[in-house]
Design a protein around this ligand. Structure first.
Ligand SMILES: *Cc1c(COP(=O)(O)O)cnc(C)c1O
Length: 395
């Protein structure tokens, strides 16, 4: 079905941060499957793991213990604020799990008959019915109503609005049970969370017994230069989700919670493919490679290099570029209101210069390369972007 507006190229092969199309043309891949190919393409460690795993055992039901799943869960809880993990296959599915967990907690622990989940305007949480409802952007909801009950929206990074919303919805049977937020809004335009705002959100949740849920699907697994985006804000959520980069491009999702709010019991939630040996072995290799290759340091250094370069470029095109922002290797270039081009025009122009980029809305171009990206590759991307803007300016 025609669910994507596609760019006119077919990619056939990849190695590291490079991909080749069906005509043999090479591109620098700053999309990485949209923040998914953590280790780039054909990373030897990932190739070895998944080759060996498929030759040994690729899928069994969760009716049995799966050692790779146990090892992955152990790594994740040892490297996060969480205590328990549930595995599924995508970001939307992980968020669905988080919504179900929060609702069960609200009913069974908080005694709320009609639990409400607050989410942010301009957020993105996935494409299932519950997650498009959680997504605070009408364009994703249009024509798909009736939407799921039990959600309300607040502006992002606005503490006054959040306090008002919680106070207004304060009824014994109908109360805020959870707040679901991204530490940095990815699809919504690469908008980093404000530290003071999030510290206050954490305090409010703790005071009122509200669950704080973080959607780490895009920014988690090292992309920000910390393993998890919440570390950039100096707080801990009660529940968080991961997916995109978790297994480096093999489908997986994870729902991770502190033990106090893990109210799931056998039969409450499930996923046929979730946590299979193949995906879990791949994810565990991604986790171990992030540590062994010290990729978090690379993310911070290359991210700094990229932002400095983008800022220098933006000063040369003040009528075109309004802002450069991001954390680690998730960065956005915001176009000026006066710009005569959209983010799609820049992405198309960059393809012609051998650089793959992805929009985050009509005003923002997003840079999410593999975490292994080198100094030379960042320089090359900046060169390709300069040529792109040069060409667009001349038109
Ligand atoms: C991509 C994304 C999702 C949805 O993930 P899928 O795997 O496409 O279902 C959810 N939340 C955030 C923040 C995302 O970036």
């Amino acid at each position: 079905m025609t669910t994507y507006g596609r760019f006119p190229l077919a990619l056939e092969r990849g190695e590291g941060c490079r991909v080749w199309d069906s005509e043999g043309k090479v591109y620098l891949d700053f999309v990485a499957g949209i923040a998914t190919c953590t280790l780039g393409h054909s990373h030897p460690a990932l190739v070895k793991t998944i080759t060996e795993q498929i030759q040994t055992l690729h899928h069994v039901s969760n009716l049995y213990y799966i050692p790779q799943q146990g090892a992955l869960a152990e790594w994740l809880v040892n490297h996060s604020c969480g205590d328990r993990a549930f595995f599924c296959n995508s970001g939307a599915e992980a968020n669905e799990g988080a919504i179900k967990l929060a609702r069960k907690y609200a009913h069974t622990v908080l005694n709320i008959q009609e639990p409400l989940i607050l989410t942010a305007q301009a957020s993105f949480h996935g494409r299932t019915l519950a997650t498009i409802t959680a997504t605070g952007q009408p364009k994703y909801q249009k024509n798909f109503d009736p939407l799921m009950p039990g959600f309300a929206y607040v502006p992002y990074n606005d503490i006054g609005a959040l306090e008002t919303a919680i106070a207004e919805i304060d009824h014994p049977q109908r109360r805020v049970a959870a707040i679901l937020l991204e530490s940095l809004q990815g699809e919504g335009g690469v908008r980093p969370g404000d530290r003071a705002y999030f510290q206050r959100v954490r305090d409010i949740c703790t005071e009122k017994g509200i669950l704080l849920i973080f959607d780490e699907v895009q920014v988690g697994m090292g992309r920000t230069g910390n393993l998890w985006g919440y570390e950039c804000l100096g707080i801990e959520p009660d529940i968080f989700t991961s997916a995109k980069g978790l297994a480096g491009g093999i489908p997986i999702g994870a729902l991770i919670s502190k033990s106090f709010c893990d109210v799931f019991q056998p039969g409450d939630h499930a996923s046929t493919f979730g946590g299979n040996p193949f995906a879990c072995a791949a994810a565990l290799t991604v986790c171990q490679t992030i540590e062994q290759e010290q990729l978090l340091t690379n993310v911070r250094d290359r991210g700094e290099q990229l932002r400095q370069g983008l800022k220098a470029i933006s000063q040369r095109y003040p009528g075109l570029i309004a802002d450069v922002r991001g954390w680690g290797l998730i960065n956005g270039l915001e176009l000026a209101d006066t710009a005569s081009v959209t983010s799609i025009d820049i992405v198309k122009g960059a393809i012609a210069q051998g650089l793959l980029l992805v929009p985050a809305g009509p005003q923002v171009v997003r840079f999410v390369p593999p975490l292994i990206v080198s100094t030379a590759e960042v320089d090359q991307a900046l060169g390709a972007l300069t040529r792109t803007l040069e060409t667009l300016q001349a038109k």
